[in-house]
Design a protein around this ligand. Structure first.
Ligand code: ADP
Ligand code: MG
Length: 267
């Protein structure tokens, strides 16, 4: 069973015209079919205005299509109400954003624990303050922080972490509920080359462990670290290709570090 099953997805925005003008319909997606299996690592590419954000919002259950069906991990989303929609977002999808979106006055550990609190609220349970529940939450959050290599910094606040480390915390937070897939929107857009390669290496490592990742990116040089590239143009999916010679971000990072230290020595 595919994790993502989209058939004939359309999204139209109606723009109200000024006085006397007719309203205009913008066709942001014009009938997209997209399927992804567990374990895939897919780049979503396309020029500005091609419909990437619109597709992301629908994939992330932040928005509903005007037409078509979207089944996520076996759940038909189109007919679900807003509570179910919120439940799917919290349980089935791990979001990673360009700007990290961490809470500033909250430690790395607490940031990662956050989705586990929402999870209880979703089930309509009272927040259980018992030691065992808190202990179980902490255990899950520490495990996720270990997976991103940050367990030794779990008491740090975001301001005490580099951009790359903050994004690692965000990735741990995305994974802590064991979602059906991770949805990353330009996840390295705010990072320099070294940190970008580190984060791409981490995604490759997580994907090797079986995590399913969908990543929107503008940059072809990042898409080569994924396994498959879909391209949108004018609201249509115009190509869907397997990455033939996938690069290793870890190897590229060590090469880059090498070149960098040589440059520094030469200076
Ligand atoms: P991308 O992320 O690839 O740049 P978008 O999905 O943001 O593309 O936009 C696709 C098209 O839909 C564009 O023509 C854009 O102007 C239009 N669009 C996006 N959001 C809205 C909106 N809320 N209202 C009207 N038009 C929109
Ligand atoms: Mg966009």
């Amino acid at each position: 069973m595919p994790v993502i099953e989209m058939r004939g997805i359309k999204r139209e925005y109606r723009m109200e015209g000024k006085k006397n003008e007719e309203s205009v319909v913008v066709r942001a997606l014009r009938g997209v079919d997209f399927f992804a299996e567990a374990g895939e690592f897919v780049s979503v590419m396309g020029p500005s205005g091609s419909g990437k954000s619109t597709l992301m919002n629908i994939l992330g259950c932040l928005d509903k299509p005007s037409a078509g069906t979207y089944t996520l991990d076996g759940i038909e989303t189109s007919s679900s109400n807003s509570d179910t929609f919120a439940f799917i977002r919290n349980r089935k999808i791990g979001f990673v954003f360009q700007s990290f979106n961490l809470l500033a006055r909250t430690t790395a550990l607490e940031n990662v624990e956050l989705p586990l609190f929402y999870r209880q609220k979703d089930r309509g349970e009272k927040r259980n303050k018992s030691k065992s529940e808190a202990g179980a939450r902490k255990e899950k959050a520490v495990k996720a922080l270990k997976e991103v290599g940050l367990d030794e910094r779990m008491d740090h606040f975001p301001s005490q972490l580099s951009g790359g480390q903050q994004q690692r915390v965000a990735i741990a937070r995305a994974m802590v509920n064991d979602p059906a897939f991770i949805l990353a929107d330009e996840p390295t857009g705010n990072l320099d080359t070294g940190m970008t390669l580190e984060i791409m290496g981490l995604f490759q490592q997580l994907n090797d462990m079986g995590k399913t990742i969908i990543m929107v990116t503008h940059e072809p040089e990042l898409a080569v670290y994924t396994k498959r590239i879909i391209t949108l143009r004018d609201g249509c999916l115009v190509s869907d290709v397997k990455v033939e010679e996938r690069r290793s971000a870890a190897q590229d990072l060590s090469q880059w570090k090498n070149d960098h230290s040589l440059l520094a020595e030469g200076a």
